[in-house]
Design a protein around this ligand. Structure first.
Ligand code: TXA
Ligand code: MG
Length: 339
């Protein structure tokens, strides 16, 4: 489909019972629907329809080697798709529904389109913790693949407007239910190797996952970008090697002063003021109380806001590398890279 065939704007409707019914009809026809989850808005397609899954890669401009997450409404739906194991059961019990994605071996006869998992022998699955997402999944009665509802490499959407701004008419329908709670994507744990590994820091703290698995957090950490980036490693987490979360503004991390022309993304009570704060073009604070969960919830919204205010350079104060602070720092590091 070429650009001129896309309508300019998507239809944004409230996620009411009627809205969900319409979304189900469209998904059944193989069309795309954006919907809220507790982390970010997802761009959904029926996971069992090859063409619908292909349409997601096209709408996002996403390389087809980067696999998608399969969303389901309940644990029972999973046995036909993936081979659950002891660790998977333990994590499912503790964190689902919730912001955790598990990468598991693909089950024989799995109905999910192989395109969704980019031909890998594994499938990434999660049960989202959002009433609209769960109602939609139950009403459709099939798994839904959903990457974040933004153009590939751009900021993830935490509001329906973000989706509309990023995808425009590439998504025909957006189910709107306000701002998402968690604000960063799910934590991804791979359970296909000899030991569980963290592939992406996200909405569930890695510390809590390590505690449930009875392992040291260091044993769980795998950094596919910084550490040991050999071919095997990049196959383990294909999407993680790409540029991501790019705002228009250039970010300068761990800043303790503001330079001429910069805006400031603050964190915590800015008492002993940041040097030069008075000259900042715009100051937004991720969390005045220094709460990393609040910082995660505000992160993408504030990066969008700097772009809307046409700030070209943003100084970002340091954020502690604990709990959801890991996910925030991971997104900021990637957002600061210029490819
Ligand atoms: O919170 C979330 O996870 C959101 C909401 C909509 O659920 N979704 C999301 O999807 O963040 P996306 O496509 O932006 O990120 C999916 C990540 C990619 O980095 C991809 O590489 C990884 O999941 N992934 C998917 N399947 C995988 C697999 N079989 N093996 C390893 N990584 C996989
Ligand atoms: Mg994404």
């Amino acid at each position: 489909m070429n650009e001129s065939q896309h309508p300019q704007t998507p239809r944004i409707i409230p996620a009411s019972a009627e809205g969900i019914a319409l979304a189900v009809q469209m998904l059944q026809r193989g069309e795309l629907v954006a919907f809220p989850t507790e982390t970010v808005y997802g761009l959904g397609a029926d996971a069992t329809q090859d063409k619908a899954v292909a349409a997601i890669y096209a709408a996002k401009g996403r390389p087809s080697i980067n696999p998608l997450i399969v969303h389901v409404a309940d644990r029972d739906a999973l046995d036909a798709m993936v081979r659950m194991n002891k660790d998977a059961d333990l994590l499912a019990m503790h964190f689902w529904p919730g912001s955790l994605t598990l990468v598991l071996p693909r089950q024989e006869g799995c109905a999910v389109s192989p395109l969704a998992s980019a031909g890998l022998p594994s499938v990434a699955v999660r049960i989202p913790d959002h009433p609209v997402a769960l109602d939609l999944l139950k009403a459709l009665g099939r798994p839904i693949v959903a990457p974040s509802a933004n153009r590939s490499g751009k900021l993830s959407p935490t509001t329906p407007m973000h989706v509309a701004q990023s995808l425009g008419g590439r998504v025909p329908l957006i189910l709107a239910a306000g701002k998402t709670n968690v604000g960063v994507e799910s934590t991804i744990i791979s359970l296909v190797g000899p030991r569980p590994r963290l592939l992406r820091a996200g909405g569930i703290e890695a510390e809590r996952i390590a505690a449930v698995l009875g392992m040291d957090i260091l044993d769980l950490l795998a950094d596919p970008i910084v550490g040991g980036r050999d071919q095997k490693e990049s196959l383990l987490a294909p999407g993680l090697l790409e540029g991501h979360y790019a705002p228009n503004a250039q970010l300068r991390l761990n800043a303790m002063h503001v330079e001429d022309g910069e805006a400031l993304l603050a964190f915590g009570p800015v008492v002993g003021p940041v040097v030069g704060m008075g000259k900042a073009r715009l100051v937004l604070n991720l969390s005045e109380t220094g709460d990393v969960n609040e910082a995660a919830a505000h992160l993408f919204t504030m990066l969008h806001a700097f772009d809307e205010a046409q700030c070209t350079h943003v100084a970002v104060m340091p954020i502690p590398e604990v709990g959801l602070g890991r996910a925030v720092n991971d997104r900021l590091r990637r957002a600061a890279i210029r490819f």
